[in-house]
Each structure stands twice: as C-alpha cells, then as structure tokens.
Design a protein around this ligand. Structure first.
Ligand SMILES: *Cc1c(COP(=O)(O)O)cnc(C)c1O
Length: 398
C-alpha cells in the first residue's frame, strides 16, 4: 500500500485560550493603541518589551509592526541611508534585501556555503571591496554560522552586525541567544515564525542611542517615557529632534497574545526539535539524500528542515517534489528556476545588481525545504520521512 499524508503544512496551532482571554480584555478596555494607558500604567506592548528583553538578556526591546519593519528600523537606527552599501547573505527571504533597498541603500550579497550559512572568506572579500559598514546577517532557515569567527571578522573591520532572527527566536550559539551577538537583533512574530501574532516584530539591543532612535522611528512621538525597556530620557533628548517618525508600532492586542505565548517558547522550541529529529532520523542514511550538518555550538530550533538531493538533475528533483506532493508531502525546492510562494533566491530580486553567486547557486541547486508545524504529531513526522525516503529511492525518470 502506498502511504499518504493528509496534514496541512501551513496549519499552525490555535492561539492559547489564555491568550484569547488576554486579547478580549484589551478589546473590552478599548485601549488598543500602545500609548493609550492610564497614568503610570504599563500597557501590554510595554510589558511584552520588558519580558522579551529579559528572555534574551537584552537591555532594551522595541515591539513593531513586522519583522521586515524591525530590520529597516535597525538599519536606520544605525544611520544607514541612501546609497550606502549593506552586506547580507545571498540565501535569505525577500524582506531582507527589501529592507535594505527600501532605505535607498544597496544590498551587497555574500555567498553561502553548503551548510547554508554565510561564507566567511567571501564576507571578508566583500567587506574589503564594498567598504560596507553594516552586515544584515540572516540566520536563514535557522542555520547559524560560526558567530565567534563572524564577529571577530566584523569587529576587526569596523562592520556592525544586525541579526535577522526570523527563524532563530529561541536558538543559541554556544550560550548566547541568537540576536545577541550583533549590535541589534530582529525577530518576526508573523504567523509562520516562532511566536504568532499574525504580523509583528521585535528588536533588541544594548545600545542606548540605537534603541532611542528605533523607538522614535517607530512612532513614539514624545511619549517614549511610556516604555519599560527603553533608555532613559536624556538619551532621547540627544536624538529627538533629528529622528523622523516612520510609524510602525505594535498594538496592545497583538502584544497581549504574544506575552502569553512567550512563556512557553522554550517548550515549543523543544517540541519543534522533537519533530525535526524524527524526520532527520528517518532520512539519515537514505541513498541520494544529504542532510545539512549543524555545528556542535548551535542550539537550533527545527521549525523547518532542509536536505539536499545529491546527483540528480533539475528535472529529477522537480519530479521528486511532485511525487511527494501527490502523497501529501509539501516540499519547497530552492533550486527551481522560477520563484514560487515565498521567494528566497537572490536572482529573483532584480531591483539591484548582484554578480553571480556561484557557490550559493551550488548550495541551493539540490536543496529542498519542508516546514514542520507543531500541529504535526511525531507519528506524522515519521510517516512524512518514510514518504520522502521511498520517493528518493525511486530511479530517475527516463
Ligand atoms: C519572515 C521573515 C522576515 C520578515 O518577517 P515579516 O514579519 O514577515 O516582515 C525576515 N527574514 C526572514 C528570513 C523571514 O523568514
């Protein structure tokens, strides 16, 4: 009998009842705007910022409207402006180069390795060639590069690092949370990430002036005193007249449901990893399937899994993906010629010039990606792995 899977790869868990209650309270109060608080009261958004800052060990935190907005705000807060070169890894999601281009700045892409992390030798070359002073490092699909080596290179070259942690909220490199190596860490709370508020983003830093600018940029007017994880007023006094308001605040409704979810983030990360391990174990040793090795120092969150089909033509891989789809297993092939769904290939971003990225193309050519929503059981994951393994074992089509 041919096994089939009938789960849904984009079905998230429901919002917890307690979070729904918290959201209802906010709606009953009518005070959805983050600054609409009684004197001395801390609203849900300010409380979320305080709690998230504590969770990652940051001095300051700002909640905003989306992950992409957090990235753009981080760059602006560091003074990136029109014409400035900003480095980023070539394998990432569209909002990353978009955040750079949105400022009128110029993305300078850096190759990625077969382990799907930034190529540190290429990074050094591109720092030298471009003169860029900022790296927007995307931990794409949760793969974390050697952060010690990366920070040593960037510190020596005077390059400031902004981390895109859309896929690494809850992850670590050694004992340091992802997002806490560079000067600013950015997270997304969009539905498909590790916390779910539909849309939303978080930005953390220990840099008082960068945070004061980010708060003003996000649209605080002169109400920044109502934050609980922002620097003191005198820091704002230095920047408040020359920082524009580019509204992108979070609201209390979304913050309320995030606060409840944040309390169980570590458990949810463990649940993702349990699923990841079942799929990985099921694919290990299967002929033609190459798993992506991970560094020992990396504590990742397996909310998605990637593997490579080795020694297959594009046509074969396309046929493999189609056969898996016919059996209910939804895979994304990063080597496909045309962008589909969420785009992650540098050559589909044609609004800026980039040289060919030969190493990145080779890394993506046979690369397949699969989401692992928490609505899947461990048995579901074992079934999915069996389907993938059996389809990978079929000989290439004539
Ligand atoms: C989702 C995502 C973002 C941005 O998130 P939004 O909240 O959707 O703007 C940034 N980087 C990566 C790698 C992402 O997957």
């Amino acid at each position: 009998m041919t096994e089939k899977f009938d789960g849904n790869f984009t079905q998230q868990e429901p919002i917890p009842e307690e979070a729904i209650q918290a959201a209802v309270e906010v709606m009953r109060s009518g005070r959805l705007h983050r600054y609409n608080v009684a004197p001395g009261e801390l609203g849900e958004t300010a409380l979320l910022e305080r709690e998230f800052a504590r969770a990652v060990g940051a001095k300051y935190c700002l909640a905003v409207a989306s992950g992409g907005y957090a990235l753009a705000t981080a760059l602006r807060a560091l003074g990136v402006g029109p014409g400035d070169a900003v480095l980023s890894n070539a394998f990432t999601l569209a909002p990353v180069p978009g955040a750079i281009a949105g400022l009128g700045a110029v993305p300078v892409l850096v190759e990625v390795t077969e382990r799907l992390v930034i190529d540190l030798d290429d990074l050094q070359r591109r720092i030298a060639d471009s003169g860029a002073r900022v790296l927007l490092l995307s931990h794409m699909r949760g793969h974390i590069c050697d952060m010690d080596a990366l920070m040593a290179i960037c510190d020596a070259a005077g390059v400031r690092v902004v981390e895109d942690c859309a896929h690494t909220m809850g992850a670590f490199w050694r004992a340091t949370p992802s997002g806490r190596h560079g000067v600013i860490g950015c997270y997304s709370t969009q539905t498909y990430k590790h916390l779910n508020s539909g849309e939303g983003g978080l930005l953390v830093t220990d840099d008082a002036e960068a945070m004061a600018r980010a708060v003003m940029l996000s649209g605080s007017y002169m109400l920044y005193g109502r934050h609980a994880a922002a620097p003191p007023g005198e820091v704002f006094d230095r920047i408040k007249y020359d920082t524009p308001n580019i509204s992108g605040r979070m609201d209390n409704l979304r913050a309320a449901i995030l606060r409840v979810q944040l309390r169980t983030l570590a458990q949810r990360c463990a649940d993702w990893n349990a699923r990841y391990r079942v799929v990985e174990d099921g694919l290990r040793g299967v002929a033609g399937i190459e798993l992506i090795e991970r560094a020992r120092e990396e504590t990742y969150v397996g909310s998605s899994i990637q593997f490579r089909l080795s020694g297959r033509s594009g046509k074969d891989i396309g046929a493999f993906v189609a056969r898996c789809a016919a059996r209910g297993v939804e895979l994304k092939w990063f080597g496909g010629a045309e962008p589909v769904g969420f785009t992650s290939r540098y050559d589909s971003w044609r609004y800026f010039e980039s040289p060919r990225m030969a190493r990145t193309e080779a890394a993506l050519a046979g690369l397949v990606d699969m989401r692992l929503p928490l609505t899947f059981s461990l048995d579901d994951c074992a079934l999915i792995a069996r389907i993938i393994a059996s389809e990978a074992a079929r000989p290439p089509a004539a």
